[in-house]
Write a protein that binds this ligand. Structure first.
Ligand code: MN
Length: 498
């Protein structure tokens, strides 16, 4: 769904979930701003049993002059546009409307159609709205109130930017035109005195698992932002290497995950815990997650959530294999020969992007890659928009340049940031297509256990191989091993013989 597709409605009501948080308010305000700007008759509302009371939210509404209204009744508008929630879910009051549309970043709970835009891999709904506004050509950065609201929405939904997931989240986090003083004020009126007591109680009563050195802390109902604070503290305990803090919000469980183990990233752990019940993600040390109450109930009727969590953690820690190619020989038994298919990918010369010696930050769906501009270094762009540097010599020996325009169709087009000049551009605008010409055979087998692979490039981080993904080795170097994701393997390699 694109925002411009909703412009034939005249009477539009934006509604966020009951008991709105900063993200719900900010994303709704972003939408309100857009439809107002396009000359529509627009209202921004919320309902439920309670009006907004939290100090920081009241301050946010006042300082940014966000025209949100509390209502208990609504005359059916032409379009009811829900944000940060889904129609029919327990956390939002349902009003009648001629047409209902929704924008959200939680796990999808409704049937998809052309009026639904749900991006579960985004850290906040503010980020979804931010990218949708950019798609409509709205110069978001110029509207200081708007950027500040969206920035704060993301800040609050990701535990102070620590549990960020998507490259668009990073783009929003780096917006500069925000009211810094207001942000500082808001950040420092985050907890009420009751909430700090709740945090204290959670810190006193966490559960500890000695063998795997992890902890689980439960809080009484509170602002989910307390969770990040609690998990950050617990992780610093000398005998704890991983932890989860959680809170039962009624309509679901909010989780904050931390890890400092080399073989467990918080991101993987959060994804594993929330698998099939919600969504989770973040980074190496910090991640967050959410599990929907109804999905949990369906699957584990009546079971204590703390018990579930403990069992899930035990399962996680006991169920993966670690492979370190620097210290062990890869077992080739059961591997088959595969040939790399000639596939068109993209490349750009770093020197075309910035003068020699410039540090370039390339942002992709998988994270940031730092590459120096150098006449001998090119940047490859893979089929999924993944990016990696390659030496000119190797490139020339392996690829043939094609004389046609380069096209890329991925969720997030890689962006290049010239840190010195503070300029941002699309990598694809500087890229040309090319195709591999070198015979590039490998040995590979499908994994039957979750595998975490360390090699000479992945020393601090591992490459994660799930069941079904492939463990591959180069023919000429037994210890040059890596993981190829199942979907990528099918697209890029062909089986020669087993
Ligand atoms: Mn949200």
């Amino acid at each position: 769904m694109k925002l411009r597709e909703l412009l034939h409605y005249n009477n539009i009501v934006i509604q966020c979930h009951d008991n709105p948080d900063a993200d719900a308010i900010a994303s709704g305000y972003g939408l309100y701003h857009y439809f107002k700007m396009m000359g529509k008759q627009t209202r921004f509302i919320y309902s439920g049993n309670v009006k907004i009371q939290k100090k920081n939210l009241v301050m946010m509404l006042e300082d940014l002059q966000i025209p949100i209204e509390y209502v208990t009744e609504l005359t059916a508008p032409d379009l009811l546009l829900l944000t940060d929630c889904q129609y029919g879910e327990g956390n939002v009051t349902c009003f009648d409307a001629k047409q209902v549309a929704m924008i959200d970043h939680h796990e999808i709970c409704v049937e998809e159609n052309e009026f639904i835009e749900i991006r579960s891999n985004y850290g906040s709904c503010s980020t979804v709205v931010y990218s949708m506004l950019l798609d409509e050509g709205v110069p978001v950065s110029k509207h200081k109130e708007l950027v500040t609201a969206l920035y704060y929405g993301l800040y609050m939904d990701t535990n102070g930017f620590s549990e960020i997931k998507h490259p668009y989240d990073l783009d929003l986090m780096e917006e500069l035109n925000v009211f810094e003083n207001l942000i500082t004020k808001l950040k420092n009126s985050n907890f009420s005195s009751e909430e700090i007591i709740i945090a204290g109680a959670a810190l006193q009563n966490y559960e500890y698992e000695e063998n795997e050195r992890y902890a689980i802390a439960k809080t009484d109902p509170c602002d989910p932002n307390i969770l990040g604070f609690i998990s950050d503290m617990i992780l610093q305990v000398d005998c704890i290497d991983a932890c989860v803090a959680y809170s039962d919000l009624g309509y679901g469980f909010k989780l904050s995950v931390r890890s400092c183990r080399r073989d467990v990233t918080a991101n993987d752990l959060a994804q594993y815990i929330t698998e099939e019940l919600g969504n989770g993600g973040g980074h190496k040390m910090k991640a967050g997650g959410f599990i929907k109450a109804n999905k949990y109930k369906e699957a584990y009727q009546g079971r204590d959530f703390g018990d579930y969590l403990k069992q899930r953690m035990t399962q996680y820690f006991g169920n993966y294999h670690i492979l370190d190619t620097r210290s062990e020989i890869i077992d080739r038994s059961g591997m088959s020969y595969y040939k790399k298919l000639p596939i068109t990918v993209g490349f750009a010369k770093t020197i075309d992007l910035a003068p020699e010696g410039t540090v370039l930050l390339v942002r992709t769906l998988e994270g940031n890659v730092t590459i120096n501009s150098d006449p001998n270094i090119y940047i490859m762009i893979g089929v999924e928009g993944e990016v990696y540097p390659i030496e000119k010599e190797i490139f020339k020996a392996s690829y043939q340049v094609l004389e046609e325009p380069y096209q890329i169709n991925v969720e997030y087009r890689p962006r290049v940031r010239n840190i010195r000049a503070e300029e941002v551009y699309f990598l694809s605008d500087f890229a040309k297509p090319c195709v591999n010409i070198k015979e590039n055979n490998i040995l590979a087998k499908q994994l039957s256990v979750t595998t975490k692979l360390f090699n000479k490039w992945y020393y601090d981080d591992y490459m994660l191989g799930n069941v079904g993904d492939y463990l591959a080795v180069k023919l000429d170097d037994n210890n040059d091993a890596y993981i190829i994701k199942e979907a990528i393997m099918e697209k890029t390699y062909q089986l020669i013989y087993t």
